[in-house]
Design a protein around this ligand. Structure first.
Ligand code: ZN
Length: 293
């Protein structure tokens, strides 16, 4: 079963500006400070709720000085969190005071939201649908921009089994069994997105355990899509595949989670390295830019 969204991973430029925006301004917790497992001279930051719960995790690869990407077709162009009802006015005030670009409130599918722009131009939406008391809650949705909506809908609806729950203009909404939406927006003739700072690298769906993931791997392969072997990401296990429109999808397990290598109270405080890089810690620490959390 795919129970919802697990995380969203994006590209940033300046690591300090990225940290400040997501922790100080948005109020998320840095739940893991590690390196890109495929490029250990680069940070990998994980932000989320206090416990780093699946469905709240936004992660970044910050490459200092990297060029901005172009948001466009074949990409996840918007990432949305829930915030408490009636809190949008406060967010607009807060953004204006902090010099953060903000648009709205606007309405989409009968729900009110505002759009914030992060330091690299990534769009973060806040929907006033949360049942919680303050700050950011779980993911509300992601929006994929596509040249051909039907092909992507075939994967999200058909293969992954999410239910079509709404439609408005050029947008179709799919819901998982538990929470969170995937919106697919048709942009016929739109430019393709290019990767770079301010763009989403991939989105991850959550599944309860390794056995369920193995089952998904078989189904995806059977559907004729190329799917990666299982990768150990320390905090979850992952498989990756590209949907026909070009968006990179991942299916990640809920366990073991972020407390696998440091206690809950200390999440994010120390640089954590996977076992294969521990012997290179000194060298890695000397090349990573200094940041203050
Ligand atoms: Zn991922």
């Amino acid at each position: 079963m795919i129970t919802g969204l697990h995380h969203v991973t994006a590209i940033a430029s300046d690591p300090q500006k990225n940290l400040d925006f997501y922790t100080k301004f948005l109020g998320l917790r840095l739940v893991k400070k590690t390196v890109n497992f495929d490029d250990p001279g680069t940070y990998h930051f994980y932000f989320g709720d206090e416990a780093g719960s699946p469905g709240t995790i936004l992660t970044f690869f910050p490459w200092p000085g990297s060029f901005r990407g172009r948001k466009g077709n074949g990409q996840t162009v918007r990432t949305a969190y829930t915030v408490p009802k009636n809190s949008l006015g406060e967010w607009v005030d807060k953004a204006r005071k902090a010099g953060v670009a903000v648009e709205g409130p606007q309405v989409r599918l009968n729900e009110e939201f505002v759009t914030l722009t992060d330091p690299d131009g990534m769009l973060i939406e806040l929907f006033a649908t949360g049942e919680h008391e303050k700050g950011l809650g779980k993911f509300h949705s992601v929006t994929l921009a596509e040249t051909n909506l039907d092909l992507t809908a075939g994967v999200v609806g058909g293969l992954l089994g999410w239910n079509k729950v709404a439609e408005e203009g050029n947008r179709v909404r799919y819901a998982s069994s538990l929470e969170g939406f995937v919106d697919i927006e048709a942009v016929p003739g739109g430019l393709r997105g290019t990767s770079g700072a301010g763009t989403v690298h991939h989105i991850a769906f959550r599944t309860p355990d390794d056995a369920a993931q193995a089952e998904w791997r078989r189904k995806i392969e059977h559907a004729g899509l190329h799917v990666s072997p299982v990768m150990d990401r320390n905090y979850f296990h992952s498989i990756y595949f590209r949907e026909p429109g070009g968006v990179l999808f991942e299916i990640a397990t809920d366990p073991p989670g972020f407390t696998v290598d440091e206690p809950l109270a200390e999440l994010g405080q120390n640089l954590k390295l996977p076992a294969q890089y521990e012997s290179m810690r000194g060298r890695i620490e000397s090349v990573l830019p200094k940041v203050t959390v």
